[in-house]
Design a protein around this ligand. Structure first.
Ligand SMILES: C[S@@+](CC[C@H](N)C(=O)[O-])C[C@H]1O[C@@H](n2cnc3c(N)ncnc32)[C@H](O)[C@@H]1O
Length: 306
């Protein structure tokens, strides 16, 4: 009963049936989020107590949402803080609680078709919290021919840009797997796939190469993780963000969209990372279905390089 009342008070319909339909943080119920992808629900448990009550929570969710649409499946993810990060990819895999076990789906987001994978990774393939930022960017694309998408993940920024008038995009990521998923997203939107546009490299090293060869782009998308490390590459906002923005000054002809996804970096710290002569054209936080006015995590702005 208690869970049903909470769900009822906080539910919001998702745009295009893809987005956050329950945002625990926003409604004083930290520890639980529910995302809808067509008729599949992905429940994320950030809180151990909440996870311990998994069956009760999931049954209430199914009961509540079945009155709104026909739920095909419910997956859940353990997002609680881990002691052993070696096991992270296994623990972050979603578990099917109810319904069909089809792990892939195609969703509509910002007018693009995006493939989601409910099972692997922390995120199923789409950062829906960027929806409003992408929408806002559309009005600048008429004067943009080329995009450099650093830390591209599944290349949703590029797909959206190419469908909205941008002529070419280069995507850079250290994960071969997400570059393959980027190609899949291109194909699903009938965009030509040229392998030269998918670069398996560290964004910092690639930026240095671009500066050396004096290669430029009309817009650079710069949306790194707060921290990342693999066998070869290391990135941290604290050490690298400012340095890489300075390199981007030499690579962008005109615009830079930069973002930081962390509660730990304040709006002012984010702004201070940018060169003083850049002009900010707009500033945004996460999309309204993810938004918590007391503590937004996403700081994102479009800058013009003067
Ligand atoms: C926050 S996601 C980017 C989200 C993306 N902008 C979007 O809206 O879909 C971060 C990505 O950075 C990649 N990454 C991490 N370290 C990297 C590095 N040093 N160079 C390039 N990519 C890196 C990860 O593999 C991941 O795909």
């Amino acid at each position: 009963m208690e869970y049903l009342a909470i769900l009822k008070s906080a539910y919001r319909p998702a745009i295009d049936n893809c987005g956050r339909v329950f945002n625990g943080n926003r409604f004083s119920y930290p520890g639980l989020t529910i995302d809808r992808y067509n008729n599949t629900l992905l429940v994320q448990f950030f809180d151990k107590d909440c996870l311990d009550n998994r069956d009760k929570v999931c049954d209430s969710i199914l009961q509540f949402f079945s009155n709104i649409f026909e739920v095909d499946a419910l997956w859940y993810k353990d997002r609680t803080i881990l002691k052993d990060v070696k096991m992270i990819s296994k623990i972050r895999e979603s578990v099917l609680y109810y319904g069909n076990n089809e792990r892939f789906a195609e969703v509509k987001h910002n007018g693009c078709v995006v493939e989601v994978d409910f099972v692997s990774g922390q995120n199923p393939g789409i950062f829906a919290d960027m929806r409003e930022v992408r929408d806002r960017l559309s009005s600048y694309y008429f004067e943009v021919d080329s995009m450099l998408n650093l830390f591209c993940y599944t290349s949703v920024f590029s797909v959206h840009a190419l469908l909205n008038g941008v002529k070419n995009a280069v995507n850079v990521d250290t994960s071969k797997q997400v570059l393959e998923r980027s190609r899949i997203n291109y194909r699903k939107n009938s965009l030509g796939v040229d392998n030269r546009d998918f670069i398996h490299n560290d964004s910092g090293l690639y930026l240095k190469k671009l500066v050396k060869y004096d290669r430029k782009f009309d817009i650079v998308i710069y949306d790194p993780p707060t921290f990342s490390r693999n066998k070869k590459f290391y990135f941290s906002v604290k050490n690298d963000y400012k340095k890489q923005l300075n390199l981007i000054s030499q690579v962008s002809n005109r615009y830079v969209l930069s973002a930081i996804n962390s509660y730990s970096v304040s709006r002012q710290e984010y702004l201070d990372y940018h060169p003083k002569n850049w002009e900010m054209l707009f500033f945004m936080n996460e999309a309204s279905d993810f938004y918590d006015s007391s503590d937004p995590y996403l700081k994102c702005a479009l800058w013009q390089i003067s």
